[in-house]
Ligand binder design. Structure first.
Ligand code: SAM
Length: 452
């Protein structure tokens, strides 16, 4: 009978998804979407299940520390399903305002009983009630170490190496602000297709459909969607190609490239085509964009997006950009939006922080440099290249550029025009580092290079 209660089902499904992620190392979004598609949960239960899964993956180091401190056994020594049930209870108590503490405890005890942990349901009850007693006594049971690195890592639930990288580059205050920002739910920004509609018309249509929409100042074609949105493809204008979902930091990359109608542009890492299609819109669909990517299934998305937006100047090319020879000296402008560790998008992809490792990143940086070295040869003399990443990790950003420039004496950084609308984002080194807590958008790095 218990399982029939709708909120119980949301929690039961969240437990099932979390255990699948643990067992199979599945991507959080993939496991969640697959399970939700197969379920018949109501829309409010879907929201609760989504909140629990994303929130628990995001905060799991903090939640484990709480278990370590409140339980007799450390989190890692608990049976895996008990650990996740405790996460579900503690997450509701610590991070969700709309669930009464008694409901959080009772449903977690029920989860234990319904999942063959009858014997351990008392442990769940005990740990959760102890947490509530501490909070009621104005005492946070999460005891943090004095060491800054460990303190931030446990408080905000990050691996040590990310905190260490950020502390070294940005210091404690900025690191803490970034950690806080990345633990919030992501914004959804969209880019209006000016070849089909305009900002005001789309804003009116979306508002009439009940979506809370705000323009984003400096960005001429951007709107931010807030609150409950529903399913993206069903919103006004989407299937007619009037807009695309794209964060404003990502939008900035194509403005920075500054493509002109009639030019030849080569996009070395194009899929799924967010920037390629933006470039085509900025060129008024006049000219040629070669959209290269080594993964055919992802490149298909570029074609689908171009079709929906009715853009005709994009030609897709399947291949490894480290070895493509056909573009030597062909590009007026080249975009190198490399595969990266994605640390600027941790709010959208809560599992990236646990998936990436310093070893992965060493492999990525060699790949990034190899792609850049090859794509640089595609640029015509006096042409330009924009290198960009969605990460906040100097070895993939500044250090790649320094290495490239030290081995390519005829290349230099091209400073943006000081009157450019986005000049305030440009650093004294003439590259752009979008810091999420400052710009309220994804963390990005971009630099423009000119061939002599
Ligand atoms: C950051 S994503 C690109 C995002 C894209 N520019 C956009 O705005 O939608 C990086 C892409 O690089 C592709 N990739 C990785 N290694 C590559 C290589 N050696 N040659 C070409 N593409 C590669 C991946 O398949 C992935 O689609």
């Amino acid at each position: 009978m218990r399982n029939k209660l709708s909120t119980s089902n949301a929690r039961q499904l969240a437990l099932k998804i979390l255990l699948k992620i643990d067992r199979k190392n599945s991507y959080t979004d993939v496991a969640l979407n697959r399970a939700l598609n197969q379920s018949n949960l109501s829309s409010s239960d879907r929201s609760l299940c989504t909140e629990l899964v994303y929130g628990i993956i995001r905060h799991q180091r903090t939640l484990d520390s709480l278990i370590d401190q409140l339980g007799k056994k450390k989190a890692q020594q608990q049976p895996p399903n008990l650990r996740r049930i405790l996460h579900i209870g503690l997450y509701q108590l610590r991070y969700l305002d709309h669930i009464p503490p008694s409901a959080a405890v009772n449903t977690s005890v029920d989860l234990a009983k319904d999942n063959k942990l009858q014997r351990l349901s008392g442990v769940v009850n005990g740990i959760l009630r102890q947490y509530i007693r501490s909070i009621q006594g104005n005492h946070d049971p999460l005891i943090l170490p004095n060491d800054t690195l460990k303190k931030l890592a446990i408080q905000y639930s990050f691996p040590d190496w990310i905190i260490e990288t950020w502390l070294q580059k940005w210091g404690e205050e900025t690191t803490e602000k970034m950690c806080h920002w990345f633990n919030q739910s992501p914004n959804i920004d969209i880019r209006v297709n000016p070849l089909k509609t305009n900002l005001e018309t789309l804003q009116t249509q979306l508002t009439s459909a009940g979506v809370n929409v705000t323009p984003l100042g400096r960005f001429p074609c951007a709107l931010r969607l807030k609150g409950k949105i529903g399913t993206i493809p069903t919103l006004p204008g989407f299937s007619q190609g009037h807009w695309t979902v794209q964060d404003t930091s990502a939008q900035l990359v194509s403005y920075f490239l500054d493509p002109q109608p009639g030019e030849t542009i080569i996009d070395a890492c194009a899929a799924p085509g967010g920037k390629t299609t933006h470039i085509a819109e900025l060129m008024g669909d006049q000219g040629t964009i070669f959209a290269c990517d080594r993964t055919p299934s992802r490149l298909k998305k570029v074609q689908e997006n171009a079709q929906r937006l009715e853009l005709n100047c994009i030609e897709t090319v399947v291949g490894d950009s480290r070895y493509l020879q056909q573009f030597i000296n062909k590009g007026d402008r080249v975009l190198v939006d490399v595969p990266c560790s994605g640390l600027g998008t941790l709010h959208r992809h809560p599992d990236i922080r646990w998936r990436q490792t310093p070893e992965n990143i060493r492999e990525l940086t060699s790949l990034q440099l190899e792609i850049l070295n090859q794509a640089a040869q595609w640029v015509k003399p006096q042409g330009t290249l924009v290198y960009s990443t969605c990460t906040l990790n100097p070895p993939e950003n500044q250090e790649i550029i320094q290495t490239f420039l030290s081995t390519h004496s005829h290349w230099k950084i091209e400073p943006p025009n000081p009157h450019w609308a986005f000049s305030p984002f440009v650093t004294s080194s003439q590259w752009i580092q979008m810091l999420p807590h400052k710009q309220d958008s994804d963390g990005f790095f971009m630099v423009k290079l000119k061939k002599g």
